[in-house]
Design a protein around this ligand. Structure first.
Ligand code: SF4
Length: 85
């Protein structure tokens, strides 16, 4: 799902860590979010990914190594959003 939704924004996202385990990036567990943030740290798309999430005002998930709180959003993780990536 991530590759399909991100393809227009990040054409090379198919090889990124979040594609391997997309649920981790939308987990409500702090430990999972911290792990996703760490994994984003090694992603070559981190900068544009974070910028894109801020521009789109993404309310949920870890994008570019930033949580919704990092982006200044009040978004809470929802189970239904976990598969939206
Ligand atoms: S920075 Fe993180 S969320 Fe963005 S494409 Fe890379 S692994 Fe996925």
């Amino acid at each position: 799902m991530l590759a399909i939704e991100r393809a227009p924004l990040l054409p090379t996202a198919t090889g990124t860590p979040c594609v391997q385990d997309p649920d981790l990036w939308f987990s409500s567990a702090a430990a999972d979010q911290a792990r996703a943030v760490r994994l984003c740290g090694a992603c070559p798309l981190r900068g544009p990914c974070a910028l894109g999430a801020r521009e789109r005002r993404e309310r949920y998930g870890v994008w570019g190594g930033e949580t919704s709180s990092d982006r200044g959003g009040a978004g809470q993780q929802r189970e239904g959003d976990r598969r939206g990536r």
